[in-house]
Write a protein that binds this ligand. Structure first.
Ligand code: ADP
Ligand code: MG
Length: 382
């Protein structure tokens, strides 16, 4: 129990326990820094935090994660500076910094974290860690901030304090998702809608396949794609690629004829925004089965136009669809991490086995496969 582990670490009990989930993005990839649309849902996997306030400015952080050094990290809230330098503890410390930087009074905390979100698998363990910190402090310090605003502050913590350039999707998903739904999010104005996504009721299952690889160049490539999209928007004279409507795509591509590097990036972003709309239409019509081909088409676009896939992710998609899946795509930033595979309930086991067998044949490490059930966003547990 998280509260007991808190007691063992700090010698007294916590004031409360909170949870925030990891997420999977159903569709809308690399659109969030183009002011476009995304559609994540929350996983049942969560990061849980037992928290107590402190009045003396000390911030003590401890994680049971086997991936990090087991000691307590001790910081002081007045001394938090972007750039951090405290390893994993920069994520929660960054949240405290962002809250204080926004003018909120936080006088310290003791926090113990436990998590079932796989780290570095593209399932957003970093956002879960930030958001659970933010919701706990929001409540304990009576800040009254709405979930979407907490997500914004968590993004600032990750971008500015940790120094990782990410969009707003992950934190918003962790803070705002609801059970049985995917979250449609307009990353320009942060308007959102809960879209019914109860797969079990329709005899479907969504498998997540964690390839357990992260290719080393992923961060640099992410930065290049982001810069390429900004450059393309400038050439096309729009604020962001989101402003190119799908029926304006041909004209935009013509305008970019002299920029062979930028053209496929634009084609991906514009068609991906349209795929998000399509998935919303299908789910609202109660036809989750029909989103399969849209997912697979999205993967092809990420692989061939945006070029952020990798052999392992491509293999999940080809082996999954080859074994009868309704559709499949990489999810998250790419270059490793996870893919999703939509299957008929009855075919789930066969498809999962085929993917695992294909990995063995290719000489890859065995992937981790689990069923993703759209779950609740951040909440208080006790
Ligand atoms: P992802 O968000 O896809 O899992 P990131 O690289 O963005 O991958 O974030 C992973 C990092 O977040 C880890 O390397 C670690 O520093 C930190 N982290 C996430 N969850 C925990 C946790 N429960 N305890 C300690 N650190 C964590
Ligand atoms: Mg992350």
């Amino acid at each position: 129990m998280t509260a007991d582990a808190f007691r063992t670490t700090y010698g007294t009990g916590p004031e409360g326990v909170w949870a925030a989930p990891g997420r999977v993005n159903l569709i809308g990839e690399h659109t969030d820094y183009n002011d476009g649309f995304v559609m994540p849902f929350a996983l049942p996997h969560t990061t849980v935090a037992a928290v107590a306030r402190r009045a003396d400015g000390r911030l003590r952080l401890h994680s049971a994660s086997p991936d990090v050094d087991g000691g307590v990290v001790e910081l002081h809230v007045d001394e938090l500076e972007p750039g951090g330098g405290a390893g994993w503890a920069d994520y929660p410390a960054g949240v405290v910094w962002a809250l204080r930087d926004a003018g909120h009074v936080i006088t310290g905390a003791d926090i113990h974290f436990e998590s079932t979100v796989p780290t570095g698998a593209g399932l957003s363990s970093s956002a879960a860690l930030e958001v659970v910190t933010a919701v706990a402090l929001n409540e304990l310090y009576g800040l009254g901030l709405e979930p979407w605003r907490l997500a914004r502050l968590c993004q600032r913590a990750e971008n500015v304090y940790v120094g990782a350039p990410t969009g707003i999707m992950d934190q918003t998903a962790s803070a705002c998702c609801t059970e049985g739904h995917a979250l449609w999010l307009d990353t320009r104005d942060l308007s959102q809608r809960q879209i019914p996504f109860d797969m079990a009721a329709q005899g479907l299952r969504l498998l997540v396949v964690d390839t357990r690889v992260t290719h080393a160049h992923s961060e640099g490539e992410y930065g290049k794609r982001r810069a390429g999209c900004e450059q393309a928007a400038a050439v096309l004279g729009v604020d962001a690629l989101r402003d190119i409507p799908v029926d304006g795509l041909d004209a935009a591509l013509e305008q970019l004829a002299g920029e062979p590097e930028l053209l496929p990036l634009v084609r991906h972003v514009v068609t991906e925004d349209r795929r998000v709309e399509r998935v919303v239409e299908l789910l609202e019509a109660g036809d989750a089965r029909a989103i399969g081909p849209v997912l697979t088409e999205g993967h092809a676009s990420l692989r061939d136009d945006f070029r952020v896939s990798c052999p392992e992710l491509d293999l999940v998609v080809s082996a999954g669809t080859g074994a009868g899946a309704l559709g499949a795509r990489m999810t998250g930033g790419g270059f490793g991490g996870s893919a999703i595979v939509l299957v008929e309930e009855a075919a789930a086991e066969k498809v999962a086995e085929s993917v695992v067998a294909a990995f063995a044949d290719a000489g890859y490490r065995e992937p981790r496969v689990f069923t993703a059930v759209p779950s609740a966003g951040a909440r208080r547990l006790s």
